[in-house]
Design a protein around this ligand. Structure first.
Ligand code: KG4
Ligand code: ZN
Length: 352
């Protein structure tokens, strides 16, 4: 079964064709990062206008790379939420038009479920994954930090979430404080790798809770940056300059703090709920320290997509659609009733 997946929830116009939920025939991602970089974050209206310009060429490219004509597709799928309303509208309206025009069914996909199913996509590094439920999922992205118990395909319970910033958002904001480029996660990882030492920064454990909070860490990092900048001014006379090695030590300390909390809470949740494995997803799952610490500290098997499949892409949406559609008979044409749900959750009763 060949499913086309459309993802436009944020700043990537992404379309892919995936066969049987795992074999990626094409995966085209057009990132708008250069458009937004000068603003230090995503500007929603700029994002939706760019999706409008990109979506038809990306659709054509996804089909031609896959080497199939549109009449060989079995279904279309699209992210309906969560995400930016204007961005979602472009993808969903395009998907409705295409499904009606081609006479194909259209599956509505929760973006967070897509991040989970990125783990089912073929990955050159690991063809032998053995998923045994229940699985503890950590979804850490620019918009979410969720701990979700997956008891079966399609069966989710939200166990913990961030009370303020998402992990990726904290990376992006701290990178900005350090004068680094957007998106901040890969930049912080790069700078941190240049230092053998790190500043000790706080961890917000929130008692026994499985929730997260990263805003205190952000403030502590800002205070450390100010302190070190003033210290440098006193010793060298240079104003408002944070020398590279101090910046790297702060970046390393920030990264260690955030990863320590993500790993510790995931392990705790997995143990409490007797999970048989831990699965990572979302842009922050591309972080090399998170990947290595999870593998080092977990007694359970760790599943993580290839780094390029951690960040937003259409293949993960098509994979999620395959597992959703497997339990239903995919037939008929689409209805016109699909709407966007910008604040859609996963694992909250009535919201899956
Ligand atoms: O999943 P994603 O592509 O989009 C959302 O659904 O939000 O995640 C983007 C986020 C950004 O905040 C970005 O800084 C972060 O993922 N990210 C990383 C890394 N690569 C991307 N964070 C830490 N380390 C990385 N290597
Ligand atoms: Zn995402």
């Amino acid at each position: 079964m060949k499913i086309l997946g459309i993802e436009t929830s944020c700043d990537e116009t992404a379309i892919a064709v995936v066969e049987n939920g795992h074999h990626v025939l094409s995966n085209v991602v057009s990132s708008q990062v250069d458009l937004h970089a000068k603003y230090g974050g995503i500007v929603p209206e700029v994002a939706s206008r760019q999706h409008l310009l990109s979506i038809i060429p990306i659709f054509r490219e996804a089909l031609s790379t896959a080497g199939i004509a549109h009449d060989r597709l079995d279904a279309l799928s699209v992210t309906t939420g969560p995400g930016l309303a204007g961005s979602l509208l472009v993808g969903v309206n395009f998907a409705k038009g295409a499904a009606l025009g081609l006479g194909l069914p259209l599956l509505e996909i929760n973006h967070l479920e897509g991040h989970i199913y990125a783990n089912w996509l073929d990955d050159q590094q690991d063809q032998t994954r053995n998923f045994v439920f229940p699985i503890l999922c950590l979804i850490a992205s620019g918009g979410h930090t969720d701990l979700i118990l997956m008891k079966e395909h399609g069966d989710y319970t939200l166990l913990g979430k961030t009370l303020d910033d998402a992990a990726g958002e904290a990376f992006d904001k701290v990178a900005r404080l350090l004068g680094l480029a957007f998106p901040g996660g890969p930049e912080i990882q790069r700078i941190a790798a240049t230092s053998n030492e790190s500043e000790l920064l706080p961890r917000a454990w929130l008692g026994d809770s499985l929730d997260f909070s990263f805003s205190g860490l952000k403030t502590a990092t800002l205070n450390k940056i100010k302190q070190q900048t003033i210290g440098n001014q006193e010793t060298t006379g240079q104003e408002n300059v944070l020398p590279g090695e101090r910046m790297a030590r702060i970046a390393a300390g920030f990264q260690e703090s955030i990863i320590d909390v993500l790993v510790s809470k995931s392990l705790k949740a997995a143990q409490l709920h007797r999970a048989r494995g831990i699965l990572l997803g979302g842009g922050v799952a591309a972080n090399s320290l998170l990947r290595s610490e999870m593998n080092r500290r977990s007694p359970l098997p760790i599943f993580v997509p290839a780094p390029a499949l951690c960040t937003d892409n259409g293949a993960m949406i098509a994979a999620a659609a395959y597992y959703q559609g497997r339990h239903k008979i995919i037939s008929g044409t689409t209805s016109l009733a699909q709407d966007i749900i910008p604040h859609l959750r996963l694992g909250v009763p009535g919201k899956v």
